[in-house]
Design a protein around this ligand. Structure first.
Ligand SMILES: Cc1cc2ncn([C@H]3O[C@H](COP(=O)(O)O)[C@@H](O)[C@H]3O)c2cc1C
Ligand SMILES: O=C(O)c1cccnc1
Length: 360
């Protein structure tokens, strides 16, 4: 628990003086004030995270936490558990969705076995296995309290190591058949949102299976009564090792003063947990896209962040992150290279500024 506590204790607020400077730079460029929207907001936040107006995200990676979920026994998924290990091996070979999209975006993919129910035959996968999958949470806790802490601390260690190696931004990805069920259970336990709002079809299940999925979550919450004020209790009772590992990745970003990019629904469940552990973590999280999983919009409302894209994607793996990296690249390039009113010899004073009205 020391690593987790030390990490939480070293999280700092953003540098607002540097953020003001970046805002001033945007406002000096030849455009209506605020007209580049989230491109402006994100780079302003990045400058506060990096504590400098001159930054880049050239060295970047998506960290994929992979683990299995005992809840698959309840017939809540479209594919068998063995798919987790197979997908991870293909991912490490560079041929799955996140691998190819990351190649297109010049990003590395770091695959971590944090709890796959089988031995991975691929040396490019980092072995940080805590256990061979979780237990079926309709019958017992998914894992022990100590295992949940260990999974968070594993995520912290993996991300700390990558930041030490010079990565400037990390995306969050996952593979784990059944993890939209565990994510919905974690979100339900923390927010108590209506079950129909937050449980969707994940990778693709029938209407009958959707009923089973909702029932399994309700049953587990009634049985274990997770304490919404204790994120570790929630993760250990109804969560997954992948979600817990990603909580650690977000915490490491905040500790190392580096941004983390959030992918879809599973990454959102982890972000919600990380923010509940320390509200300052939110400042370091950059959302990529709005997942098609129906609960995603409700979690966005809860955490108070906005996605930059809505591409009706519902793959997971971290696939939103390489797209976000490319948008951030463009935002940084624009910030650094657009002409100011002065350089363009246009009188800024002639411009009506409505940005203050927009804030209201
Ligand atoms: C071929 C295939 C590739 C995937 N890549 C990511 N996922 C996604 O689907 C799984 C979660 O959905 P559920 O909770 O419904 O099982 C996770 O592995 C997630 O990464 C996939 C799923 C499949 C079937
Ligand atoms: O949004 C996601 O991350 C997601 C949605 C469906 C299946 N797997 C992942």
């Amino acid at each position: 628990m020391d690593k987790l506590n030390n990490t939480l204790n070293s999280i700092k607020f953003l540098d607002h003086a540097v953020m003001d400077e970046t805002k001033k730079r945007w406002d000096s460029l030849v455009k209506p004030i605020g007209s580049l929207g989230l491109m402006e907001e994100i780079t302003i936040r990045l400058s506060g995270i990096y504590r400098t107006t001159k930054f880049d995200i050239d060295k970047r990676a998506v960290v994929v936490m992979a683990s299995d979920n005992g809840i698959v026994e309840e017939n809540v998924t479209s594919s068998p558990q063995i798919f987790t290990r197979i997908l991870v091996e293909k991912m490490a070979k560079g041929i799955t969705g996140v691998s190819v999209m990351s190649k297109a975006a010049n990003a590395d993919v770091i695959v971590v076995d944090i709890g796959i129910n089988g031995d991975v035959k691929e040396e490019n996968v980092i072995n940080r296995k805590i256990r061979y999958g979780t237990d079926n949470f309709t019958k017992s806790f998914a894992m022990t309290y100590d295992e949940a802490i260990k999974a968070i601390e594993t995520g912290i260690e993996v991300a700390d190591d990558l930041f030490n190696k010079g990565y400037k931004i990390l995306g969050t990805g996952e593979v784990g058949i059944g993890n939209t069920t565990t994510s919905a259970a974690v979100i339900k336990a923390i927010t108590d949102f209506p079950i129909d709002d937050i449980v969707g079809k994940g990778a693709g299940i029938t209407d009958e299976q959707l009923v089973l999925k909702k029932k399994a979550i309700i049953k587990a919450i009634e049985l274990h009564k997770p304490n919404k004020y204790d994120v570790i209790d929630v993760l250990s009772k109804v969560g997954g090792l992948d979600i817990a590992g990603l909580v650690g990745v977000y915490l490491s970003g905040a500790k190392n003063m580096k941004p983390t990019v959030m992918d879809g629904f599973i990454s959102q469940a982890a972000a919600l947990c990380a923010i509940k552990l320390d509200g300052r973590v939110k400042d370091y999280i950059i959302p990529s896209h709005l997942s098609k999983e129906p609960g995603a919009k409700f979690v966005f409302n809860e955490i108070g962040l906005k996605p930059m894209l809505d591409l009706s994607m519902r793959l997971g793996e971290g696939t939103g992150c390489p797209l976000a990296f490319q948008i951030i690249d463009t935002a940084i390039y624009t910030l650094n290279n657009m002409a100011t009113f002065e350089e363009a010899e246009i009188e800024k004073e002639l411009l009506v500024d409505i940005s203050k009205d927009e804030e209201k």
